[in-house]
Ligand binder design. Structure first.
Ligand code: GLN
Length: 486
């Protein structure tokens, strides 16, 4: 069996049995990256030298039988996570050439677990987008069809995993940026509960919504990587002090008697018919596995997109004020005075979607409009959170589509922000309420993958992963690879 289609557990077995070394495994992925990244544009930085030195260190540990489950496993990080000594751009001209003096908590923890760093992945600029087309470094292509978007903002990580250029990659999800690209590229992705994974060293977009997570071929692989990422970190004030369960052991939980809620609002107008049919087929599969299917409603959920597009830009306008051309990042040529320095550095350094968010955010926070927009949005956010609470008093997990349809063509929606924003209609609710959610592949429409979304109560990652794993034990959508990358 080829190395790049094996599960993480199978790779770990091969490494401990000395069937292959971490250096060989790493070289295999580096060769695949060299062959395909030109067309996919999924990696912004490939850290070949660093990868081989990480791999050598892993091999030394493995030789002494001191390796763990992830020792010597190559992975990629989204270019939103700071990496000591390696460029971190957030796919913006503003941060081109920026080298952080430290590692983000996620990077630090996964490195300590023995993973090998292959490189940093492309994304929408400052994670603002649903198609990866806002990247300053050009769009990422979907490995299933190079004319289609891979979704966003973690589109680089999604494409890398879908094309098996890395076994797994990190992502971040503010309004759907792990789940929507996972759905559009046929992979599995989990956004944990807000506060479960440290945001330290992760470049901030909308701090009350941002959460780091993992993208991999299967729920089982996600479980293996989430374990070392999760847990309390005093350097992130919103990090929650709570024990991390054994996610891999938890995968075996039975689905018999599980109550799955079907959200009425997710099957309304706007859902493409064939995509809906694939999700319905998955519901039948869960019924066969012994789950009880119940219809539930979250009546305020249709307000999640407008609510998000007030809250997220408001926070973004504040977070992005640090990019002023003074301390770090892009600085314009020959500023006339301080005001000119600010104006031109920001004007030239940010792309148009980022500017749109900053302007919207500044507007909704300004004195005359704060009550009408920002405060109102916060109230609706509470209503949405309450809706979910009520739903979880009736069911264990909610199920629905991840995105309204499969991957769309590059260029199709980029000039129409509202249509683009509506692609996140099913994912944003979980961010507003801080809930854990995942996307797993559940079929194909016109040879493009379709994603199934699972949403759980706070800190129910273990159950979510088990619910996803149960489905992946009786289906094979997660193990399909685009023909060109098999
Ligand atoms: N697509 C959404 C946006 O553009 C969500 C992005 C994200 O989750 N980072 O804001």
């Amino acid at each position: 069996m080829t190395l790049h289609t094996r599960s993480l557990a199978a790779l770990a077995l091969g490494l401990t049995a000395r069937e292959f070394s971490s250096v060989e495994l790493t070289q295999h992925f580096l060769d695949r990256i060299a062959a395909s990244n030109g067309a996919l544009n999924a990696f912004l930085t490939v850290t070949a030298e660093r990868a081989l030195s990480d791999a050598k260190r892993a091999d030394a540990l493995l030789a002494k039988n001191q390796g763990g489950a992830l020792t010597g496993i190559p992975i990629a990080h989204k270019d939103i996570f700071c990496t000591d000594g390696i460029q971190t751009t957030c796919a913006s001209k503003m941060l081109k050439g920026f080298v952080a003096p430290y590692d983000a908590a996620v990077v630090e923890r996964l490195t300590a677990a023995g993973t090998v760093l292959l490189g940093k992945t492309n994304m929408d600029e400052f994670a603002m987008g649903s198609s990866n087309e806002t990247s300053h470094f050009g769009p990422v292509k979907n490995p299933w069809d190079l004319a289609k978007v891979p979704g966003g903002s973690s589109g680089g990580s999604a494409a890398v995993v879908a094309a098996r250029l890395a076994p797994a990659a990190t992502g971040t999800d503010t309004g759907g940026s792990i789940r929507q690209p996972a759905a559009l590229t046929g992979i599995s992705g989990i956004k944990p509960t807000y506060g479960r994974v440290s945001r330290y060293g992760m470049i901030a977009f909308a701090s009350s919504l941002d959460q780091a997570g993992i993208m991999a071929a299967s729920a089982e692989d996600c479980a293996a990587l989430l374990a070392p990422m999760a847990g309390f970190d005093a350097r992130d004030s919103t990090s929650v002090e709570r024990a991390v369960p054994d996610y891999v052991a938890g995968l075996q939980q039975s689905l018999k008697g599980l109550k799955i809620g079907i959200l009425k609002e997710f099957f309304a107008e706007g859902l493409e018919a064939h995509t809906g049919a694939r999700v319905q087929a998955a519901i039948e599969e869960y019924r066969r596995l012994g789950a009880e299917i119940v219809e539930v409603s979250c009546p305020n959920l249709p307000l999640s997109v407008p609510t998000y597009y007030v809250v997220a830009p408001a926070e973004a306008s504040s977070n992005l004020s640090r990019f002023d051309g003074v301390r770090f990042g892009y600085r314009c040529e020959n500023p006339r005075d301080l005001l000119d320095l600010y104006k031109r550095s920001r004007g030239e350094g940010f792309g148009s979607e980022v500017k749109r968010r900053i302007m919207t955010g500044t507007y909704v926070l300004s004195a005359g409009y704060y009550d009408a927009y920002y405060l109102k949005a916060q109230k609706v956010r509470s209503l949405i959170t309450d809706d979910f609470k009520r739903a979880f008093s009736q069911v264990d997990v909610l199920l629905g589509p991840t995105a309204p349809g499969p991957a769309f063509a590059i260029g199709d929606k980029v000039d129409d922000p509202v249509t683009m924003y509506l692609n996140d209609i099913y994912t944003i609710g979980a961010n507003l309420a801080g809930l854990p959610a995942m996307s797993i592949p559940c079929g194909f429409v016109n040879e493009l993958p379709v994603g199934l979304q699972l949403i759980g109560p706070h800190f129910s990652e273990s159950q979510l992963l088990a619910v996803a794993h149960g489905y992946q034990q009786v289906t094979d959508f997660h193990s399909r690879v685009p023909a060109a990358y098999a």
